[in-house]
Design a protein around this ligand. Structure first.
Ligand code: AMP
Length: 396
């Protein structure tokens, strides 16, 4: 039996889950937020309870110390020696990391070097990794990359039609994201189909505040909607997704902004937020739509249309499709969005089972028996994938 900590460190937060392996049961989970601010928020869930406190967390190091101390204090762990490995989600592994990796000085330096491609994420992951290295110096730390699952894409899928030197000199290509989620959900969908993943063609729709679509053929990612950065692809909570790149210089000129200021707006003030004018949160936009707000309804329609564009293109790319899987906050919970998407696919023989679809966050099939392509809701579980990888990599 091993107890593995799965960590997702952001610039001011640390999400954690302590798992019992190989049973894959969650012993405790939670998040430390507002690190570096006057008061932090520490949420801890265990034994069916949820506790929230407001400690001062000057840096991630104090956050990790408090977390470990609390696990002992609450009797969740008898000793820190029970933790046999820590897995860290890392957004960008570039072309260098083709698999999850044991973190040593060389790996850490590489993750740091790749911050060029993930300036918001990789530096935060490094801070999280260093805090755990300090607190648990004798415990194996493993990096699990969002990009690794997509490293099986072929050049025709990952290359942009830009000067080839941009790729050679700066690594400009598509890397994708949400790989751990796409891998988990596609594996689970293959199980639900009762097939070996090798014999399946699955399209995963990871629809959260960040969102991406992935074509998974034979258990491998062959194309995905996110690109060099998470801005590419479908519209998201605050991101625009694909657009004519000329819009950047056009708006820069009109509004007297720099290119990076416009790109910032495309990342932080577009998508659901920009289109609806209400919120990046799909619940608020749903409320607006139900009140008859034109822009809220349009927001969902634009996103559904673009998602279907990807599904249709991946259907052709894979030479068919056995199943479409919906996951993440919106994919699992937004009944009307799943219907909006699947109704647009009747031409491919997709038949939604409205009653089956009328649920939130339940793993189940949502198409009728005679549907040509099956659709499923599959709640994602990135933490289990991280914990599995910690065991696999440390056993190597
Ligand atoms: P994520 O990034 O996966 O946490 O997903 C966040 C998105 O999921 C937000 O737009 C939320 O509005 C949406 N979401 C989460 N829970 C629900 C729910 N119960 N009903 C509708 N939308 C939800």
């Amino acid at each position: 039996m091993a107890k593995i900590m799965a960590i997702n460190a952001g610039s001011s937060s640390i999400k954690f889950q302590l798992l019992d392996m190989p049973a894959e049961t969650v012993i405790a989970s939670g998040v430390m937020e507002r690190i570096g601010l006057a008061t932090g928020i520490f949420t801890l869930k265990f034994d069916g309870k949820k506790e929230e406190t407001n400690p001062v967390l000057p840096t991630h190091a104090e956050g990790v110390e408090l977390l470990l101390h609390t696990l002992i204090e609450k009797g969740i762990l008898k000793s820190l020696d029970e933790i046999t490995g820590v897995g860290h989600r890392v957004v960008q592994g570039g072309e260098y990391f083709q698999d999850s990796a044991l973190i040593d000085d060389e790996a850490l330096a590489k993750i740091d070097k790749l911050k060029d491609l993930a300036p918001l994420h990789n530096p935060a992951h490094i801070i999280g990794i260093k805090a755990f290295q300090k607190a648990l110096p004798n415990v194996a730390q493993v990096a699990v990359f969002d990009t690794v699952f997509h490293q099986t894409m072929s050049p025709e899928c990952y290359m942009y039609a830009t000067p080839y030197e941009w790729y050679e000199n700066y690594g400009v290509r598509k890397y994708g994201a949400h790989g751990t989620s796409h891998q988990y959900v596609s594996q689970r969908t293959a199980e639900l189909l009762g097939k070996d993943a090798k014999d399946t063609k699955i399209i995963v729709c990871h629809l959260g505040n960040g969102a991406s679509i992935c074509a998974v053929k034979g258990g491998k990612s062959i194309d995905t909607s996110m690109g060099l950065t998470p801005l590419e692809g479908i519209p998201m909570g605050t991101r625009s997704g694909n657009l004519d790149p000329t819009i950047v210089s056009f708006i820069a000129e009109k509004e007297n902004l720099s290119a990076s200021q416009v790109v910032n707006i495309l990342n932080k003030k577009s998508g659901y937020l920009g289109m609806s004018g209400r919120s990046n949160d799909a619940r608020d936009v749903t409320l607006g739509m139900d009140e008859g707000d034109y822009r809220c309804k349009l927001t969902f329609d634009v996103q559904a249309k673009r998602i279907v564009d990807y599904i249709a293109s991946y259907y052709v790319l894979m030479g068919g499709c056995d199943a479409i899987a919906f996951t993440a906050g919106m994919g699992e919970n937004l009944i009307h969005l799943r219907k909006n998407i699947l109704d647009r696919l009747t031409v491919l023989g997709v038949k939604l089972d409205e009653e089956a679809n009328n649920v939130r966050a339940v793993e189940r099939e949502i198409t009728t028996k005679d549907s040509a392509i099956k659709a499923f809701i599959v709640p994602t579980n990135e933490e289990v994938m991280i914990a599995r990888d910690v065991i696999r990599i440390t056993n190597k």
